[in-house]
Design a protein around this ligand. Structure first.
Ligand SMILES: [Zn+2]
Ligand SMILES: [Zn+2]
Length: 181
């Protein structure tokens, strides 16, 4: 193991230039798109860049009012609002590791079991949060609940993200990527 730096070995030079740490899990679990990559088609941070180097639309997130509302909701209610959206997206990924995470997340929502409140639900509806959450990717959604989740669940998410890197479809024949974290 060569220190903590990620290393990449591959035959395709463009792949080496394009891939970044923030691309891990693309498109559902990557970080926000890299501005350097969008502007210039290259990024001097290379593999170490914390933003996604692949092409996709702007990362959707909550607006300020919606974020305040999520904060006011408290942890239990926030989990109950966000997790169903995460679960729906994880189920679409369909692999066993994603489904295991679904089970862990659902356990946390059950444990939190927030009291239902009609007034709250009305407030959420008015803020149109549900539609926004639907358009966010898994990583943006997880950002909203990481602090409410126990360590083993967050670790399970990170493991899933890593399992999606490298992205088999994008890899040229014979390329080897080693990712040290
Ligand atoms: Zn991405
Ligand atoms: Zn970058």
């Amino acid at each position: 193991m060569q220190g903590m730096e990620p290393t990449i070995r591959g035959t395709d030079r463009s792949l080496q230039l394009n891939v970044s740490q923030g691309s891990m899990g693309h498109p559902e679990m990557c970080q926000a798109p890299c501005v350097h990559m969008m502007k210039n088609g290259s990024c001097h941070f290379g593999l170490a860049c914390g933003f996604c180097h692949f092409q996709h639309g702007k990362k959707k997130k909550l607006d300020k009012g919606q974020r305040t509302m999520m904060h006011e909701a408290g942890e239990g209610r926030r989990l109950a609002i966000i997790i169903p959206h995460v679960v729906e997206k994880l189920e679409k990924l369909g692999d066993q590791q994603a489904l295991n995470l679904v089970r862990l997340l659902q356990e946390e929502v059950e444990k939190a079991s927030p009291t239902r409140s009609g007034a709250w639900e009305k407030k959420l509806q008015q803020a149109q949060i549900s539609g926004r959450l639907e358009r966010m990717n898994i990583s943006a959604l997880m950002d909203l609940v990481t602090e409410c989740l126990p360590e083993h669940v967050n670790q399970a998410y990170i493991a899933l993200q890593r399992s999606r890197f490298p992205f088999p479809k994008l890899l040229p024949e014979g390329a080897v990527i080693t990712f040290w974290l």
